[in-house]
Design a protein around this ligand. Sequence first.
Ligand code: GLU
Length: 610
Amino acid sequence: MRRRRSPRSGCFVLSACLLLLILAAPAGALAKRAVARGTGGAVASDTVQATQAGLKVLAQGGTAADAAVAVASTLGVTDPFVAGIGGGGYFVYYDAHTHRVYTIDGRETAPAADNSSMFIDPATGKPLPFATAVTSGLSVGVPGMLMTWQRAVNRWGTFTLADDLRPAELVARRGFPVTSTLREQVRENAFRFDQFSSTSALFLPHGQLPVVGSKMRNPDLARTYATIARRGAGAFYGGAIGRDVVRTVHNLPLVPGATLVPRPGAMTLADLAGYRALFRAPTHVRYRGYDVYAMAPSSSGGTTVGEALNILSNFDLAAESRVQVLHHYLEATRLAYADRNRYVGDPGYVQVPLTQLLSPDFGRQRACLINPAHALTSPLAPGDPFAGSGGCTPQQPAGAADAYPETSTNHLVVADRYGDVASYTNTIEELGGSGIVVPGRGFLLNNELTDFDFAPPSSGLPDPNLPAGGKRPRSSMSPTIVLKHRRPVLALGAAGGATIITTVLQTLINRIDLHMSLPAAVAAPRASQRNSTSTQAEPAFIAEPTTPALEQLGQTFAVTDTSPLDPSIMIAPTIGTESALELFGHGRMLAAAEPVRRGGGAAGVVHPAP
Ligand code: GLU
């Protein structure tokens, strides 16, 4: 049901009003900063233009849902390798009218014709190499992004989808300055972008990398947004844009003499017309007096962060030494990942023991395996969620370690003046997705289906994440909203593939147990243990004085091997990129973006504190 609020700006024709405001705003009015404090609404996202778009919509009286759509659609222009209507994501929303948290599952689905052997090479009977699958039509899932926006705006918006797309359309038409991060992302992808005529024309004009500081325009995407604004999301889900998507997936726009021979996909217009973004109940756990709400399966974010918090609830971290806090953090995710891989998949296709995985009893069962004097040995076996807290986990075959080192995706957070909060993680999967731009439409298609397991695991354990027609691949995206006494106090989430879960958990521990400020909690060095022999860690984490003591407990660390971007941008190999908000009551807000990772993000508020 649509709930409209009256904007207090005195504009009566909303679309015209919004347009006037956007046209009146000086370009680049918002300086890029990682932290902003104030009132009236707040945004943190990957780029200045996207944060600015969100702030403008908020200033005009838009809700957090309106602004989130403005931010996400602008990221499709300014952060095109991790965002856009060719992808999908998970939208978590606190509605101040009902004091409740809701979620929308906008994850991509496999086309109906796909099946469990879609990633098995018929010539060899073996799984396709990951890189072969990434750059292909085969890996393109039915995009859920636009349907998510439509549903969010219908439910919570003050404006229409057309209004909320307008800032992005303008940025796409007028252009924005190329950053060194964007240039480096093109450089990393240059080989495969070069294989597709549509992709190279947009991102490698005349075969050259975009020049830092030059203007990048995307008139095709501006027209695509304008078409959607005029005709609605149906233009994509069954209409002309959808037809172009289907044509592209089948007839890949390869350049003459292309050296890659990518596989086409099976998507049909019926797959697009039948796509649904789903309202789902959020996951919920209590942690130290807070209510933590997050995304239920098809993402593993809410269950894995939630289970790890339940494990940690058995220890008084605030009273522990820093070494013991980190030891418990690493052991909790080691255990929770064993369970994630065994039990979590698309609930439309596999039975996920959701209640059991999130029960405090199961947390106790898993916590009792933790030895404060010695690290567990991975890969660990999953626990039995049906055994309650009855003793330590019985031994089962060991699960597979998770070694999935992604760096893409984006997370955005928005709070509005009405008390609503949005926490939205979305992605096209790999940096650059499938590498395929839809000709004439200006956006990249995802490669989300590579998030399925290509083949059953060698452990012989059942695998809830094998492909099937219509199924959603398991995600790690963990958009989270934390309430205290039914009021939102924190909203956070991150990019970074399977490390998203550990980044969100580590930030919660930093803020709640270690009492760091939110910006410090976001900036702190990260480590990610995912039931693997050694823990992936940032160099700054390894350099901390706690590391020798952790190593004495049997923890081992390896520097994260994130792709080698320009050192001036990344500073060092990093884990994840995060955006977060803190709400202090009486309308006071703090937005925190990354200060350094992936070139740093952009935080802003409508009325900055003096
Ligand atoms: N596709 C990944 C997921 O859903 C996110 C990709 C990334 O962050 O690199 O978990």
